[in-house]
Design a protein around this ligand. Structure first.
Ligand code: MG
Length: 325
C-alpha cells in the first residue's frame, strides 16, 4: 500500500499510520498515552540534542535511515557523558512511499532503540508531495553521568583514542550508489557500551566526539580549535579495514575525511590511556580501537606519515558526499 496525501490529513488514515506502524513498533507506556506531549521523569542535569536524517538510499548494508536516526542522536548524547533515555521522532513522508518501507524503518528504529536502551516517547508525521522519500528528525534527552566533558577541555599531554576502523559508512553508501560490489557494511551503531564502560571505570575523559560527516580530520580540527592546542596523529596507528583501504585506493579517497556512524574519539589523560584502550577494546563496537595520537602545544592537526614525514591535516572543504546521513 502506498502513502497518499490523505495520510497527512490528521484524520482516519493518519490514525491508521500512527496505530499500525509507530505505536506498534515503538511500543511503550509513555507514547501509548497519546497525550499532546510526553511527561518524563529525569534525574539531575540533562543533555538535549536534535538531528535530521536524509540519507539516500534509505536501506544499505549494515543499516538504514531508521537505525541512523536513532544511533546518531543517541551517540551525540553519549559524547557529552550523558546516558540516553528518551527520543522523539518526526517523520516527513513523501506521497508514494510504501507503507511496508515505513514499517521496515520503524522496526529498525525500534531495534536500535532497544539496544541503546532509549524509549521513543513522542512523534509526528507529515505527508508532502514528492517521490516516495522519507526524512526523519529525532531529538533526544540523556541524563548526565559525568559533567565537564567538552571539546574545549583537551589538555597538553592527553592521549587520543579512536574506537575502530574508519570509513565504513561512507564506503557502504558510496558502493551502493556506484553499483560497486563488495561486502563493506555501514558501521552504524549506538556507542553506549563504550561510553558507559569508560565512565564506570572512572576514566577521567576530557572530551568525546563521534566521528561522523567530515570524518576524523574534521573532528580533530574542531578539537584543535576549541581546546587551542595542536593535535598530533600517527598514520600507522589509524585503523582502516583492508577492504575499505582497497576501496579508497581505487577511488582516490582518504579515510580521514570519510563519514562514519559508529565511531568516536575519546581524549584522556596520558596515564589512563592504556587502561582506557583496554576498556574500549572490551566494549561492544570497540574491538579495533587504537591510540592514534596526542595533544601538544601549538595549533592545527599534523600527521606523522608511514614514511616518517609530516603532513598537515586540514578540515574537509566542499560538500564531501551529500545525503550520507
Ligand atoms: Mg556529534
Amino acid at each position: 500500500m502506498k502513502i497518499d496525501m490523505a495520510y497527512g490529513s490528521g484524520g482516519k488514515q493518519t490514525g491508521n499510520l500512527i496505530n499500525d506502524i509507530f505505536l506498534k513498533n515503538f511500543d511503550n507506556s509513555i507514547l501509548a498515552k497519546m497525550e499532546d506531549s510526553a511527561v518524563l521523569k529525569v534525574n539531575g542535569k540533562i543533555a538535549y540534542t536534535t538531528d535530521s536524517f536524509v540519507v539516500t538510499p534509505m536501506f544499505f548494508p549494515g543499516g538504514d535511515i531508521g537505525k541512523v536516526a536513532v544511533c546518531g542522536t543517541v551517540n551525540d548524547l553519549l559524547m557529552m557523558g550523558a546516558i540516553p533515555k528518551y527520543l522523539t521522532a518526526g517523520f516527513i513522508i513523501e506521497e508514494g512511499a510504501d507503507m511496508e518501507t515505513i514499517d521496515r524503518i520503524a522496526k529498525s528504529m525500534s531495534l536500535a532503540a532497544k539496544e541503546a536502551k532509549v524509549q521513543i516517547v513522542a512523534g509526528d508525521t507529515k505527508v508532502i508531495e514528492g517521490k516516495g522519500g522519507v526524512y526523519i528528525n529525532t531529538s533526544g534527552i540523556g541524563e548526565i553521568m559525568k559533567s565537564g566533558i567538552s571539546i574545549s577541555n583537551c589538555k597538553k599531554g592527553d592521549v587520543i583514542l579512536l574506537s575502530g576502523n574508519l570509513g565504513e559508512h561512507h564506503a557502504a553508501i558510496m558502493s551502493l550508489r556506484m553499483g560497486i560490489e563488495n561486502t563493506i557494511q555501514s558501521d552504524c551503531a549506538p556507542l553506549r557500551s563504550i561510553v558507559k564502560n569508560l565512565l564506570e571505570h572512572n576514566i577521567r575523559v576530557h572530551c568525546m566526539r563521534d566521528v561522523t560527516r567530515g570524518g576524523l580530520a574534521t573532528v580533530l580540527n574542531e578539537v584543535s580549535q576549541s581546546s587551542s592546542c595542536c593535535v598530533e596523529i600517527y598514520e600507522d596507528s589509524i585503523p582502516v579495514s583492508a577492504q575499505v583501504k582497497g576501496f579508497c585506493d581505487i577511488l582516490g579517497l582518504d579515510p580521514l575525511y570519510m563519514a562514519n556512524e559508529g565511531k568516536m574519539i575519546a581524549v584522556v589523560p596520558e596515564n589512563q590511556a592504556e587502561k582506557a584502550l583496554a576498556i574500549i577494546k572490551k566494549s561492544r563496537y570497540g574491538a579495533n580501537a587504537q591510540i592514534i595520537g596526542k595533544i601538544t602545544k601549538g595549533s592545527g592537526v599534523t600527521m606523522t606519515t608511514s614514511l616518517k614525514g609530516s603532513r598537515i591535516i586540514d578540515i574537509l572543504y566542499g560538500e564531501g558526499l551529500p545525503r550520507i546521513c
